[in-house]
Design a protein around this ligand. Structure first.
Ligand SMILES: [Zn+2]
Ligand SMILES: [Zn+2]
Length: 227
């Protein structure tokens, strides 16, 4: 990687680097597409996947194959997809240490079954970031299976659209962070509209433990990121 030359894509900083709320790699791809004013589908098929040099990605995204988008959860995991996207995005943005936006640093965990196949999110986080004009993003921690609770707001994560009730893939051709790609609904909600119960002790405990693991991994990385 040559850091003295211009990068092909904007060199945008991953949100929350070095914290338990670090951004996921699929969120980073959405934010890159937005910064470049193109759809996620276009940036994937025309810019990112050609750099991977992997036919299983270039063919799939160029044809907008459903299975490729259906498997987009693997980009945040610890499989080959994660390695291929980290390497391509580092080459295109000249931002290092993007593996910490995936579960690759936790490869001592069982590879299967760590990432939810569909997104889950905290509607209060989205609403708060939007109302305070902070950039919208999806933290990696929301992708991880034992995490079903937002420790910031003490509410359960949501895993289907409140309007159309559909589940949401990590990447869609015209998807955007914080909006349902199926019906276009805004996924943020006010506190009063979110189901709340005081009986989430296990969920709360598991989510806090995963947050600690992610934070420890990222602390070392926060000193080496080259922006
Ligand atoms: Zn929250
Ligand atoms: Zn919807």
């Amino acid at each position: 990687m040559n850091n003295n030359s211009y990068s092909t894509l904007y060199k945008i900083e991953p949100i929350g680097f070095g914290t338990a709320y670090v951004e996921s790699l699929t969120s980073y791809i959405y934010r890159l597409s937005r910064e470049h004013c193109v759809s996620a589908g276009d940036i994937l098929s025309d810019v990112i996947t050609p750099v991977t040099g992997k036919a299983y990605l270039t063919n799939g995204f160029q044809r907008s194959c459903d299975p490729v988008y259906k498997n987009s959860y693997k980009i945040n995991g610890m499989d080959q997809e994660a390695r291929d996207f980290v390497s391509a995005l580092q080459e295109l943005t000249h931002v290092n240490s993007l593996e910490f936006l995936t579960l690759l640093p936790l490869n001592w965990l069982p590879a299967k079954g760590m990432i939810k196949p569909f997104q889950s999110w905290c509607p209060l986080c989205y609403e708060e970031w939007s109302s305070t004009k902070q950039p919208l993003y999806t933290p990696l921690i929301w992708s991880i299976i034992p995490v079903t609770f937002c420790n910031r707001h003490q509410v359960p994560l949501v895993n289907s659209c409140h309007k159309c009730n559909k589940k949401i893939l990590y990447l869609s051709r015209n998807g955007r962070i914080g909006y349902c790609p199926n019906c276009g609904a805004w996924l943020g909600q006010e506190y009063n509209d979110v189901a709340y119960s005081a009986f989430f002790t296990y969920d709360q405990w598991a989510s806090e433990k995963v947050a600690l693991i992610i934070e420890k991994c990222k602390k070392a990385a926060s000193r080496t990121v080259n922006l």
